[in-house]
Each structure stands twice: as C-alpha cells, then as structure tokens.
Ligand binder design. Sequence first.
Ligand SMILES: Nc1nc2c(ncn2[C@@H]2O[C@H](COP(=O)(O)OP(=O)(O)OP(=O)(O)O)[C@@H](O)[C@H]2O)c(=O)[nH]1
Ligand SMILES: [Zn+2]
Length: 230
Amino acid sequence: MKQKETLWNIMDNHDLENEEAMDDHVMSSLDTPLRKDAFDLSDNEKIAIIEKHFYQIMHTLGLDLTDDSLKGTPARVAKMYVKEIFHGLHPDNKPLARRFENKYKYNKMLVERDITVYSSCEHHFVPIIGKAHVAYIPNEHVIGLSKLNRIVHYYARRPQVQERMTMQISNELKQALKTDNVAVLIEADHLCVMSRGVNDVSSSTITAEYSGLFEQEQYRNEFLGHVRSK
Ligand SMILES: Nc1nc2c(ncn2[C@@H]2O[C@H](COP(=O)(O)OP(=O)(O)OP(=O)(O)O)[C@@H](O)[C@H]2O)c(=O)[nH]1
Ligand SMILES: [Zn+2]
C-alpha cells in the first residue's frame, strides 16, 4: 500500500509536467504522436497510474468496486494496456528483424497474407480487428517470415488510425528489407463504427500502400491475386 501511494504521488507530479509538455510533439507526421517524456515512467509506474484512473472511471459510472468480480478490473485494465494492447508504443518492444543474405537469389514476390491485426482506434479506444497482407520483392536481403507478422503486430498494438498503421508497417518493411518493393494491404473492422456512432456492422475499411515495383499494375495485380486466392 505504501509503495502504491508513492507511485500515485509520482503520477500527480507527472500530470503537471505533462500539461506543459502537451504540445511538445517531436516526431514526424508518420509517427504515433508521443511526447518527449513518454518513456520517463517504468511500465510498473504506468500501470499504477492507469489503475488509479480506471478505478475513478468505474467509480464515476456508479460501479461498486468492492464487488468480487469488479474489484480487480482497474489493475487488469492497466496491465492489459501497458503490457498487451499498447505494448507497441514502446520502442524497446520493436521486433528485431535480422537480415539474411538472399543466397537463393529469389527475386520474385513473397506474400505473407492474413496476418491478424488486433489494434485500437485512437479516437474511441475500442478495437480495430482485421487482417494485413504484406509482400516484398527482395534485393540482396530477406528476413524471417515471422518477422513480417511481428512488425504488423508491433504497429497494431498502439492507439491507431488505419492509414497511419499502413504507412508505418510499409516504412518499417522497407527499412528492414532494404528495398522499396513493398506492398501492404489492411482490411479491418472498426468497433467504433460497428458498435456505436453510426452502428454499421457490415462496412469494413481497406487501406493499401504500394511502393517500388508494386507501383506497377502487373506486380500489384499479382499481389492482389495472391491475397484473394484461397
Ligand atoms: N480516417 C480514419 N478515421 C477513423 C479511423 N478510426 C476511426 N475513425 C473516425 O474518426 C472519427 C472521429 O470523429 P468525431 O466526429 O470526432 O467522433 P464521433 O462524434 O464519435 O463520430 P461518430 O463515430 O460519427 O459518432 C469518426 O468518424 C471515426 O469513424 C481510422 O482508422 N481512420
Ligand atoms: Zn474510433
């Protein structure tokens, strides 16, 4: 209890500093807008602060936080935010995609399709659920297949808009693979569109970024053919 109080004091001081830092975005328009001091707190400090705030949200909604089923929820939500669904906000959690020499001289398209996208809408903090299809045509290098999935997951696990997520994944793949020949297509359902607001459960959102050879119709069509074939 003593330790928790100390952490909550850190939060109160931190909030004051944050107000001053609010407009202090340091990154490019493609980066998720994070403040300079985004990484000053440890994961455990963040969890303690979020837990306190989520307790207040539930309390304000009138929920009885002495109830057996509810009392652990603020801590559960806080841990889930920091360790799971917003895990991709911290650059330490970025997957390492070691490059291997393309020793087979494979110079055709590699497509990794149906990669699960589980993200969160940054406007409403509700899920975005869908699939990403990514492809590249190698030059000198290849990376492990699972790294394609990991790169998608890393950028999905943060508050997002689908367009930025698409561009972030595309840029990361270009850097990791040292080629511009990269395609990214994401099809996703936004719970903020389905379960509230306009309440449309049948629409979905498609975004795509084609670079290098994929700007040419021939390669783009081949990619789309692979994505659509089952
Ligand atoms: N471009 C884009 N918009 C998104 C994405 N996710 C959610 N949105 C939209 O963000 C907008 C936020 O608009 P607001 O008018 O401020 O929010 P709102 O009053 O809750 O809007 P409604 O959803 O129409 O009820 C909504 O139109 C959402 O559909 C996304 O990935 N990309
Ligand atoms: Zn939303």
